[in-house]
Each structure stands twice: as structure tokens, then as C-alpha cells.
Design a protein around this ligand. Structure first.
Ligand code: NG6
Ligand code: CA
Length: 500
């Protein structure tokens, strides 16, 4: 009897240890969500109770970063553990681009797979597909997410404002009628579908003047790029959040007995913001605010699903965003006119596309009930490029020398065991910056000081910029002239890191 009890205790204990070691991991990656867009980061004009709850039950970072101020490079860094500016061709990609994640090197997903996880990507991909030969949208689309470590993938290829506006499930376009083949072209019009440019009267949401977004019209919205065919396979914008959430829930449910890794890359709150009808008009801030409510609903569905399945305590969730916020990113969706005092970047200067903090400092929440202490805030300097090495550590793996060259194991900071983050970080906005402690140095660059179309300061200046983020989080006071030695030292260090 005693022995039995002992064995049971050992078994329970090792199960507990196993549970501690191999939590399910979900990265919920919002698109273009700013530092000030959530209640738990100070927003008062829009309510995000589900995400706020995640923060309340876990850890909220105040100095968490993406590597870059746009989507493709940030996602590249997340999956490869490498700074995107080290590799040419990692800027915002069109919908028919070649895949830029190498298939012959480990990715975040292959690491998790090797660690014994079932892996999935659900949502926005935007890292290219295929190997350089023209993509056959009507056949098998390879290589893609499944070739870089995802057992299951359900995505759209680029952004919601770029063709083709279809779901790709593993290697095939979902719901494709073979008699209505898809053709995609980013140079010239294909097929007879009306374009936004020729037929603005057909649009249910107008594009903003001069932004483009006036090629093929799908679901009453002009897109970037031209497509023909695939009419039955085209999604409607209003179903995107639901479709992604449903697929994510299904993956969680099917894999609830195993450790799983879900990279859940939301389309919200990127343009075109055209949320499900039930969210339209709900926030009072236009469709951008409504998309925030929809995003919060998505998070609520996922956390509820985990609770329903009884696996919430064994699931590590990271919620973050790929870059900072933008109001007008190409469509007249009232984000500007109905802003109503909402500050999407909070106290930060700049936004999407910017070298200022608004470009890369984003919401970053970690929850793992019972392991990550509830209600913590950390001001550790964090970067998504480090998730690669941190997850390798979490799953008990050593990285090869050439793997994830820019990724450091920050697991202790990630789980709130230490307040110490990185001591330095390179960030990519209009130009490169280096953060060291409280100092931030921005490389001189010639470009415009204001991107008029999006009304964002990209951080360009022909003179070096130096800010003390400890005192001046809004980067208002350039102190480069007062600290010439510091400027020289940081410029040299950035140069060294670039070639290291
Ligand atoms: C820009 C688009 C913008 C958005 C962005 C990508 C124009 C003028 N603007 O080029 O609308 O699609 O690319 O956003 O075309 S990201 O979040 O995927 O990086
Ligand atoms: Ca983005």
C-alpha cells in the first residue's frame, strides 16, 4: 500500500514536472496593434477585457519590442532568430513573393517540433510562398509554412489588402473550383474583375487618395495587386477573424493531449479594417476600434477554449504585435475622423514604419497560470527575436552555432523570474537604432521627416539622434549634441553589430 502510494506520488510529481517543462505554447500575434491600443496599456476609449485579463493573470512588459516597424521583417526575425536587416529582400512582401524563411535551417517551428510539439500556423503569413518558380495557386503550393516546421497551416499568403484573397490550408487553396483557376499579377491587370481605380463607385470602403489599394476589387474593397478566378475561394473580410479563430480552436482541441505550439497570427487590426458585422460601429472609433474589439473577442475565445478543455494552467500564452500603430494605412475607414482622443501609440513618438519607439515598442503579455506570477509588470528590455533561443531552452534544446544568430535565451525574463532584460538591442524603423540601457541612438538618414500619407514621423534626421528613454519616453529631446562621445561610441557599436 505504502509502495503504491509512493509510486502514485512519483507519477503525479513527474507528471507535474513534465507539465512544467512542456507547456503548450501559443503566440497570439496581432497586426499593427500599438502600445496604447489596449486597456491594460492605458487605453480608455476602447475596451479590451479579455486581453486585460490575460495581463492581470500574468505578466505585462512595458519595454517589449519587435525587431522592425513593419510586418514581414518582424515575422522573419520571430521565426528565424535573425535580424531581418542582415538579409536582403525581407521588406514588406507582395502576395506572390518567394518564401524567405530558409527550409534548410531550423526555424522557431522546427525547434518546437523537435522538442516534441505538434505545431501550427493559423492566420497571416506574409513571408512568401514557393521557391521562385511561379506559384501555381491551383496546384500544390510549396514550399510554405509546412516546409519550415508547421505540421498544420491555415493562412492567407500576405496581407488582407493584397491579393490573392484566399485561404491556403497546408498546400492548397481552400474551396477552389478547378474550373475557375486563380491567376495573380502585381505588374498588370489580369482578368475582367473591376479595379478600384476604374470603378470607385463599386467600393463599399474607399481607399485613401494616393495610397494605391485600387487594383482588383474583392468584397467591395480595392486591393494591392490583381487577381482573376478563384471566385468561390475568395474570403470576405468579415469572416476572417471567425475563420482563423475556428481553425485555431480546432487545432487546440485536436491536440489537447499533446504539447502543442500554435503561432496564431491575427489579421486584426491591419487594413482593410472590415470586421464582422456584429462588431461594426460598436467601438465608436470607426472600424479600427471595432477591429480591436474583434481581436479581443478572439483572445477571449482562445482563453475560454483552454479553460473548457482544462489545459489553461499548462499553456503559456504570449500576446504581442508585429509593429506599431497607424491610423490611415490606405482606406477611408474613419480611424482618423473618429479617433476621439484615442492614442494608439500611447506616450510614444512615431508609429508603424518609424525608428521612434512607436514603431517597435508594442504590447507584450505573457501568461502561464501557476508558473508566471499573476499581476506582474516588467520593464525588462525584450525582443521577439529572442523567443527562438528562449523556446529552445524551454524545450531543453541546445542551439547549433549558426542557428538563430541574433537570438538570446531570455526565458527567465520572459517568465518574470528576473527583471533583467537585454542590455542592448538593434531596432529597424526608417533606419537602424541601437538601444543600450536608457540610451537610444538613431542612425542619421536623409529621408523625409514626415510620411504625409500615413501621418507618421519615420524618425529620419540627417543629424545623429540620441534620446534618454528613461526620462524621455516620447523622444522629444535629442541630446546628441550634449553627449558627442556617447553618440560616437554607440554609432561604432552599431556598426560593429551590423557586421558581427
Ligand atoms: C504598405 C501599404 C500598407 C500596408 C503595408 C504592409 C501602400 C501605400 N501601403 O506598402 O497599406 O499594406 O504595406 O503592412 O501600399 S504590414 O503590416 O504588413 O507591414
Ligand atoms: Ca503589421
Amino acid at each position: 500500500m505504502k509502495k503504491l502510494l509512493f509510486m502514485t506520488l512519483v507519477a503525479l510529481n513527474s507528471q507535474y514536472l513534465f507539465a512544467q517543462k512542456k507547456p503548450n505554447v501559443i503566440i497570439i500575434y496581432a497586426d499593427d496593434l500599438g502600445y496604447g491600443d489596449l486597456g491594460c496599456y492605458g487605453a480608455t476609449k476602447v475596451r479590451t477585457p479579455n486581453i486585460d485579463r490575460l495581463a492581470k493573470e500574468g505578466l505585462r512588459f512595458t519595454n517589449g519590442h519587435t525587431t522592425s516597424a513593419t510586418c514581414t521583417p518582424s515575422r522573419f526575425a520571430l521565426l528565424t532568430g535573425k535580424y531581418p536587416w542582415r538579409k536582403a529582400g525581407t521588406g514588406v512582401l507582395p502576395g506572390n513573393a518567394v518564401m524567405i524563411i530558409p527550409t534548410d535551417k531550423p526555424s522557431l517551428a522546427t525547434v518546437m517540433k523537435k522538442g516534441g510539439y505538434q505545431t501550427a500556423l493559423v492566420g497571416k503569413w506574409h513571408l512568401g510562398l514557393g521557391d521562385g518558380n511561379e506559384i501555381d495557386w491551383n496546384g500544390s503550393i510549396k514550399p510554405g509554412p509546412n516546409e519550415v516546421g508547421f505540421d498544420y497551416s491555415f493562412c492567407f499568403p500576405a496581407t488582407a489588402d493584397r491579393v490573392p484573397t484566399v485561404f491556403v490550408e497546408n498546400h492548397t487553396v481552400l474551396g477552389l473550383d478547378k474550373n475557375d483557376p486563380i491567376e495573380v499579377n502585381y505588374q498588370q491587370k489580369v482578368g475582367n474583375d473591376p479595379t478600384g481605380k476604374e470603378h470607385p463607385e463599386l467600393l463599399k470602403m474607399k481607399s485613401s487618395p494616393d495610397h494605391g489599394h485600387d487594383n482588383t476589387i474583392v468584397n467591395g474593397i480595392g486591393r494591392i495587386g490583381y487577381m482573376k478566378g478563384g471566385n468561390k475561394a475568395r474570403w470576405t473580410d468579415e469572416e476572417l477573424a471567425y475563420a482563423f479563430t475556428e481553425r485555431a480552436e480546432r487545432f487546440i482541441e485536436e491536440n489537447r493531449q499533446k504539447p502543442f505550439f500554435l503561432y496564431f497570427a491575427l489579421s486584426d487590426i491591419h487594413v482593410p479594417r472590415m470586421p464582422a458585422t456584429v462588431f461594426k460601429g460598436k467601438s465608436g472609433l470607426g472600424y479600427r476600434g471595432d477591429a480591436i474589439l474583434q481581436m479581443d473577442w478572439t483572445v477571449g475565445r482562445i482563453t475560454q477554449k483552454l479553460r473548457d478543455l482544462g489545459i489553461d494552467k499548462n499553456t503559456l500564452i504570449i500576446f504581442s504585435s508585429d509593429n506599431g500603430p497607424v491610423l490611415d494605412d490606405g482606406y477611408q475607414d474613419e480611424a482618423v475622423t473618429l479617433q476621439n482622443g484615442h492614442q494608439p501609440a500611447g506616450p510614444l513618438r512615431g508609429g508603424k514604419y518609424s525608428a521612434f519607439e512607436g514603431g517597435t515598442r508594442v504590447p507584450w503579455i505573457v501568461s502561464w497560470p501557476g508558473v508566471v506570477k499573476a499581476g506582474q509588470t516588467s520593464d525588462a528590455l525584450m525582443c521577439q527575436v529572442d523567443l527562438f533561443a528562449s523556446f529552445a531552452k524551454l524545450t531543453g534544446q541546445a542551439l547549433g552555432e549558426d542557428d538563430a544568430p541574433d537570438s538570446f535565451n531570455m526565458l527567465d525574463a520572459l517568465l518574470g523570474r528576473t527583471p533583467k532584460g537585454r542590455s542592448w538591442l538593434v531596432l529597424q524603423g526608417g533606419s537602424l537604432s541601437l538601444v543600450q540601457g536608457n540610451f537610444k541612438y538613431i542612425t542619421p538618414s536623409k529621408g523625409k521627416k514626415l510620411m504625409e500619407l500615413v501621418n507618421i514621423e519615420p524618425g529620419n534626421d540627417e543629424m545623429p539622434q540620441l534620446y534618454d528613454l528613461g526620462k524621455d519616453i516620447g523622444e522629444k529631446d535629442n541630446i546628441a549634441a550634449q553627449y558627442p562621445e556617447k553618440v560616437k561610441e554607440m554609432a561604432a557599436e552599431l556598426q560593429r553589430l551590423k557586421t558581427a
